[in-house]
Design a protein around this ligand. Structure first.
Ligand code: AMP
Ligand code: MG
Length: 396
């Protein structure tokens, strides 16, 4: 049986191969940028009025204080640059171009206007160049603004819009097929018989897909080889990755691995030295990657969080960071397995503090109500003291 680290590195050798898509700016939110974005225009592109007020030549400040300056005209945002005649001032509005000949803007609150003459109010202080947003002072031409691989959020949309990117290159995201298996499962809106349960795993997996903006479809397949085979085969034609829950363990009706083999999917691993989620399966073909999650809901949540999300990161379609958290309690775990410990987490001064969640084994689906994520307690140890730092995989 391979270790958690070996399994993760095998997984990373088979990332999703993204294509480059050209999408309109409003479709780009939540996508990953597939090009570097270089500033293509000085910012701001002209000396910009930053306050409503008057423009003056600083050399004429004394006149403004004593005899006053004649208000020659007004200039507005959107007007072409105007010229200021010496001995006068111009009323200027935020967003306009500083008139030629002016070098200082005094806000309207600091000015008294008497007829057509402006005076500086008593006590107002004026510095040369004030209230002018200097051309090019924000960002020089050719500066790298957004790196390829950046997640496009609202702030990136504003930057791209400023630079004229009505269309932008982004990486495609994998289409996901979510498959639940298990003859004991009924839909969420059904009333289960005493021997049945409602299916929860597809909703957990759909939640992760939604988090990363992945298109997904959900199907349920029975524990029966031919129906499983035809269901998987037709879904595999429509998606890039399959997330299958259940049917990968040692039970007599666990047909998933053999069915995938018959469909030409190459198995990269099946069974990992970890708890929960030992029967985890991963395989791929040229068209598709396949995760087979052991059906117990805590196994699905632990392995989807510590394998599928890192795989998305490795595939370059999400920006997730590798996180660490500090164990808040001594833990002993004697099996020679990586322990994916369910934890609740609080952020204390920028450090994640992980508190183990009591759970009643990997079938305890309702313990998910208290779980924020999983701490990776490595297999080569069995004592994990309070205060030690471990890899942390947050549930999304
Ligand atoms: P399996 O991996 O198919 O042997 O399933 C292991 C356990 O997980 C069984 O008790 C199943 O009932 C349960 N299980 C499997 N799939 C789901 C699901 N979609 N929702 C909730 N429980 C499930
Ligand atoms: Mg099953």
């Amino acid at each position: 049986m391979i270790s958690f680290n070996e399994a993760q590195s095998l997984l990373f050798q088979h990332p999703y191969q993204a294509e480059i898509l050209h999408v309109s700016l409003l479709e780009a939110k939540g996508m990953i940028l597939a090009e570097d974005i270089i500033n293509n225009r000085a910012a701001p592109p002209f000396n910009r009025i930053a306050m409503d007020g008057i423009s003056i030549a600083f050399a004429e400040l004394e006149i403004l204080k004593t005899a006053g300056l004649f208000v020659e005209k007004s200039t507005y945002a959107g007007d072409v640059q105007t010229e200021q005649i010496s001995g006068t001032c111009i009323k200027v509005m935020t967003g306009g171009v500083v008139p030629k000949g002016a070098d200082t803007v005094i806000r309207i609150e600091d000015i008294d206007i008497n007829g057509k003459t402006a005076f500086l109010k008593e006590g107002a202080s004026v510095k040369i160049g004030q209230n002018i947003h200097k051309m090019g002072s924000d960002c020089a031409l050719d500066e790298l603004l957004l790196r390829e691989g950046t997640l496009i959020k609202s702030q990136q949309l504003a930057v791209l819009a400023t630079l004229g990117y009505h269309e932008v290159k982004v990486r495609s995201k994998p289409k996901v097929g979510i498959v639940s298996t298990g003859d004991e499962l009924v839909p969420v809106n059904a009333t289960p018989q005493p021997h049945q349960i409602r299916q929860s795993n597809p909703y957990f997996l759909a939640g992760i897909c939604q988090e990363y903006g992945l298109d997904y479809q959900m199907i349920h397949l029975p524990d029966e080889p031919s129906a499983l085979s035809s269901g998987l085969k037709s879904l595999a034609k429509q998606v890039d990755v399959l997330l299958i829950s259940g049917g990968v363990s040692m039970g007599e009706r666990d047909y998933v691995a053999q069915t995938l083999h018959q469909l030409g999917v190459q198995q990269h691993f099946h069974r990992v030295a970890q708890r929960p989620g030992k029967p985890l399966y991963f395989g791929s073909s040229t068209e598709i990657a396949v995760f087979g999650f052991p059906g117990n809901p805590i196994s699905v949540s632990a392995t989807a969080t510590s394998y599928f999300i890192p795989w998305l990161r490795k595939s370059g379609i999400c920006e997730e960071l590798r996180l660490e958290a500090v164990l808040s309690k001594d833990i002993q775990f004697k099996a020679a397995l990586t322990y994916l410990l369910p934890v609740s987490v609080s952020n204390v001064g920028g450090v994640y503090n992980a508190i183990p969640v009591d759970f009643n084994g990997s079938g305890d689906v309702l313990s998910l109500s208290a779980i924020d994520g999983f701490l990776e307690l490595q297999a080569d140890n069995w004592e994990f003291p309070k205060g030690t730092t471990h890899n942390y995989y947050p549930v999304k």
